[in-house]
Design a protein. Structure first.
Length: 226
């Protein structure tokens, strides 16, 4: 999968994408990540990418010319036959879910347009195939949401995780929260591992885990059950 990030702050991604799952996915060549500096497509000598809003108001708004230029550059340097989505991370977008992560993981390319300041000139939204939000709160820019989406999508790609079963046991993968997990020691300060997990009876273990996941989901996220 090819991931393109259009941003004013590509250095923000170094720590997150340089460690753990995403790093290994890149090293295995399962994932290719490219960064496009939005300021490179500014149209004036001072490389301005934002301006004050028409009609007045606080803050600055990202101009359309640099964003259109950056997106066109990304598309011109990509195979035109790739299945892709151009995504703007935005509070007005569809709330991101595990189901959306699986859907995006089936594509060949994701292009993220990361906003900053007070947002985009409204004409920029015409570029996007969809908008995605990671929750009902406001962040400084679109970089953090892009990191979240890429991380969730990367886990869905074949051979990224050490075990093929790991993603399938994640919370939300099957529409419910995950079941409780235990490891050594068997007795920690009087808190014991459930006997069924030590029984070796895989059918009973599977039944216990399914029941625990259902009970936990009912208690913590009944909206998922409904």
């Amino acid at each position: 999968m090819l991931i393109d990030i259009i941003t004013l702050f590509p250095e923000m991604f170094a720590g997150v994408f340089g460690e753990s799952i995403i790093k290994r996915a890149v090293e295995k060549k399962i994932l290719t990540v490219r960064f496009t500096q939005l300021r490179d497509f500014a149209t004036d000598k001072h490389r301005h990418v934002d301006d004050s809003p028409f009609g007045g108001g606080a803050g600055m708004v990202l101009k359309p010319e640099p964003v259109y230029g950056a997106v066109r550059h990304v598309l011109n340097t990509s195979d035109e036959n790739l299945s892709r989505r151009i995504i703007i991370t935005d509070p007005a977008g569809e709330v991101f879910t595990q189901a959306k992560a699986k859907q995006l993981a089936a594509l060949d390319q994701l292009v993220f347009v990361c906003g900053h300041y007070e947002g985009f000139d409204a004409r920029i939204y015409d570029l996007a195939d969809e908008m995605i939000s990671i929750g009902d709160y406001v962040l400084t820019g679109g970089e953090l949401p892009a990191m979240v989406v890429v991380d969730a999508v990367a886990r869905m790609l074949p051979d990224v995780l050490g075990s093929a079963e790991s993603a399938a046991t994640d919370s939300f993968f099957g529409g419910m929260l995950g079941f409780p997990q235990y490891t050594r020691p068997r007795d920690f300060e009087g808190k014991l591992v459930p006997d069924v997990l030590l029984s070796g009876n895989h059918a009973e273990i599977k039944k216990w885990r399914e029941a625990q996941a259902l009970n936990l989901t009912r208690a913590r996220r009944p909206d998922l059950i409904s």
